[in-house]
Design a protein around this ligand. Structure first.
Ligand code: NDP
Ligand code: HSE
Length: 429
């Protein structure tokens, strides 16, 4: 006998949770027709039940105990929109008793995704997480379904709206890093403490979730070499522009014959790349598949409505399964573990910016350091500075990452070097 309604237990009623409640109310009829039964929210857990909220909670049991919601007998589907490690136990508890879970929690998925999917499989239920990577862009459903059997060679993505907004604002308006960050905070894109965004950790979490789907490989997010955009200067963006590039914080997964190369770092990308046109708080995910060729997913990676819509998509599919008793396809099965290509061994081009003493022999010392580790110069530009200094910009040919870093470390130690060199990879394949 199919259930007369699907009862949701909702953990968290903040930006996304309130967005979801609003969409559930506004789209009630369409949702009921798609699911085959109405969806009702039976319980909500928040930190502070006394807080004023922009949504209707009458008739819903509101408490503070997330675990009690996960274990309640009047919950058919757990929707976790509270975030953070504290939600791991309630999610585990629901899955253990066969209750499906929809979550936007990139943190627990990046750290415990493999375990949670196994738990769901053992309990013959599902865990879905469209909103956890790429926010409102339905890329995970595409990878789980239409692209499930595709073999991907490349995934390169802009996955963090805050840093993309900062880099876009610096490049377009000539504002420095601190000013652009302040603007992102004023507009509500950046967190009050934006460390996870700026350090690249947020991108690495999302990348590990995407790599799992696209490459069917379990890549622990803590194993992803990660650099953020802290220290990026306006002058670097100006130099990028001069040489025909734009700067983006990228999550990259690239299949080489020697293994899968997974990394997060800021990069110069050619202005002709589609991703170069992904500006401000928008996200973009570029995929290259064996059969499909190039694809770009583009849209809003954050915000109440786009994120809530992604959650609602998962909720509708999962609720439909509850009603029909027929499970759709979940996460693709994993491949046998594959070799990883360590960052040291990756061959990449680099942009280097040096501030050195402007006197005979200095350029030769710089060139000697590059030559000693087999790094070849592709282009160079020198500008005469003040106080007897010269600013040198170098673009290298492809070289082993480790060799370029060794050369840069050598240049940094030269007595004629006035400032720590800037080094940014160029992603141009
Ligand atoms: P908010 O901080 O706006 O809301 C979090 C909600 O969770 C609040 O209602 C809070 O209660 C509640 N909460 C927090 N801790 C607990 C707890 N221990 N027990 C019960 N309730 C708790 O977060 P968002 O809505 O922005 O984000 C929710 C999730 O969605 C996160 O995992 C986030 O990473 C993800 N996400 C968010 C996006 C966005 O644009 N905001 C985009 C993509 C993903 P109270 O209201 O009482 O404080
Ligand atoms: N802080 C994140 C961003 C929110 O800026 O993209 C969405 O995960």
């Amino acid at each position: 006998m199919p259930p007369s309604s699907v009862r949701i237990g909702l953990l968290g009623c903040g930006v996304v949770g309130q967005g979801l409640l609003k969409l559930l109310r506004e789209r009630e009829r369409l949702i009921r027709d798609s699911v085959g039964a109405p969806i009702q929210v039976s319980r909500v857990a928040v930190r502070d039940p006394g807080k004023r909220r922009e949504c209707e909670l009458s008739g819903i049991h509101v408490g503070t105990d997330a675990m009690a919601v996960a274990e309640a007998s009047d919950v058919d589907l757990l929707v976790e929109l509270a975030g953070g490690e504290a939600m791991l136990e309630p999610v585990r508890a629901a899955l253990r008793r066969g209750i499906p879970v929809v979550t936007a929690n990139k943190h627990i998925l990046a750290l415990h995704g493999e375990e949670l999917e196994r738990l769901a499989g053992e309990s013959k239920t599902t865990i879905r997480c469209e909103a956890s990577a790429g926010g409102g862009i339905p890329v995970l459903q595409a990878l789980d379904h239409g692209l499930r059997t595709e073999n991907f060679q490349l995934l390169v993505a802009i996955l963090n709206g805050t840093t993309n907004f900062i880099l876009s604002t610096m490049a377009r308006d000539g504002r420095d890093f601190a000013e652009a960050l302040a603007a992102a905070q004023t507009l509500g894109f950046a967190e009050a403490d934006p460390t996870l965004d700026l350090s690249g950790q947020d991108t690495a979490q999302k990348l590990s979730i995407l790599v799992r789907r696209a490459f069917r490989m379990d890549v622990a997010f803590s194993s992803i070499p990660t650099e953020g955009i802290i220290g990026m200067e306006l002058e670097d963006l100006r130099q990028a522009d001069r040489f025909g590039y734009t700067v983006k914080l990228l999550g990259i997964a690239l299949r080489h014959p020697e293994g899968l190369d997974v990394r997060v770092h800021p990069a110069f990308i050619p202005k002709r790349y589609l991703l170069a046109a992904v500006r401000d708080e928008f996200n973009g995910i570029y995929l290259r598949g064996e059969a499909t060729g190039s694809m770009l997913f583009y849209g809003k990676g954050a915000g109440a409505n786009p994120t809530a819509q992604a959650v609602l998509g998962d909720v509708v599919v999962t609720a439909r399964e509850c009603v029909s008793g027929v499970k759709l396809l979940g996460t693709p099965p994993m491949r046998d573990p594959e070799q990883r290509l360590p960052l040291d061994q990756v061959r990449t081009k680099y942009y280097l910016r040096l501030l050195v003493e402007d006197r005979p022999g200095v350029l030769a010392q710089v060139a000697a350091n590059l030559g000693a580790t087999n790094v070849s110069v592709a282009q160079m530009f020198q500008a005469e500075g003040v106080r007897g200094e010269a600013s040198i910009t170098i673009l290298t040919h492809h070289a082993k990452d480790k060799d370029v870093r060794e050369a840069v470390a050598g240049i940094a130690k030269l007595p004629t070097t006035r400032k720590t060199p800037r080094a940014v990879r160029i992603f141009d394949i």
